[in-house]
Design a protein around this ligand. Structure first.
Ligand SMILES: NCc1[nH]cc(CCC(=O)O)c1CC(=O)O
Length: 291
């Protein structure tokens, strides 16, 4: 089939779109890319949480699908709202998840625990800030916006003692080695965002297009991110809220879910283990424990 993928123009978005393109080409399809600039790409001087609104990186991409300029959009699943427009679109495939954790990056200090008192840590994520403060309340957390490569350049400019990014993005761009020290943060200290490390392939509601991308779906990843997205959705939170949630299928096929969120300025953190066949309601059920 001849198909066009709409994508943002950031290096990471292009990497992800190219990845999907090559997978679809291997399945015998003919794929073009169409680059779209989104609101999230244009406003670079404000914290994301302040600009607000769901789907800062989504709207203009979906418009390209509505106009017929493209049939497929590749998103970082963590930026894809739990509630989206299903009259026209389907989240048709969720490929196998990349590294789920966050990563600590620094030019001077080997680990998060070894940062000196009052060290300056860059992140614009209130989820990361919440968990950093819970781990080390002396750290000075300052805003850090921009694409993955921009943020790493700001670290190298010496504006921060360390920064925190999603491991997946840094890995995909091959930038881990460009920084002197990196530490993958244990999910007990830094619970990732819903869907972190996973891609979401959105299509127009055309059965032929849905059929074409379906082979890229990974069922076990789909289960985990569905639990995470249901959790966030049930609590009526968005992708820029102070909430971390992570579901993992264990070696014995049980599923471990952990989450942390801010309630009355305090971080609440819980975890639960469920059996595999309970996955469908697990996100909703676990959310109730936080209400
Ligand atoms: N919020 C921005 C964003 N959206 C997706 C990723 C890359 C990681 C992923 O695919 O989950 C990043 C960068 C980051 O948080 O460091």
């Amino acid at each position: 089939m001849k198909l066009t993928i709409a994508t943002r123009g950031s290096k990471l978005a292009l990497w992800q779109a190219e990845w999907v393109k090559s997978k679809l080409e291997k399945l015998g399809h003919e794929i073009d890319l169409k680059i779209v600039t989104t609101t999230g790409d244009k406003i670079l001087d404000k914290p994301l949480a302040e600009i607000g609104g769901k789907g800062l990186f989504i709207k203009e991409v979906e418009e390209a699908l509505l106009k017929g300029d493209a049939q497929i959009a590749v998103h970082s699943l963590k930026d894809f709202p739990t509630q989206y427009e299903t009259d026209h679109f389907t989240l048709a495939a969720i490929p196998v998840r990349e590294a789920v954790e966050d990563v600590f990056l620094s030019e001077n200090f080997e680990t998060l625990a070894e940062l000196p008192h009052n060290a300056v840590v860059g992140t614009s994520s209130i989820r990361r800030a919440m968990q950093l403060k819970a781990f080390r309340d002396d750290l000075v957390i300052t805003d850090l916006r921009g694409n993955v490569d921009t943020r790493i350049n700001k670290l190298k400019d010496g504006k921060y003692d360390a920064i925190i990014l999603a491991h997946a993005g840094v890995k995909r761009l091959g930038l881990l080695k460009s920084v002197k020290y990196f530490e993958v943060l244990d999910t007990d200290i830094m619970i990732p965002a819903m869907g972190q490390g996973a891609l979401g392939i959105e299509t127009i509601n055309d059965p032929k297009v849905i059929e074409a991308v379906k082979p890229l779906n990974d069922f076990r990843t789909q289960i985990c991110v569905t639990i995470e997205r249901d959790f966030v959705d049930t609590l009526n939170l968005g992708c820029h809220a102070p909430v971390g949630v992570y579901a993992k299928i264990m070696a014995d096929d049980s599923i471990k879910i952990k989450a942390a969120l801010l309630k009355d300025d305090k971080m609440i953190k819980k975890e639960v283990v469920i059996s595999f066949d309970e996955w469908e309601n697990a996100g909703k059920e676990f959310a109730k424990e936080f209400m």
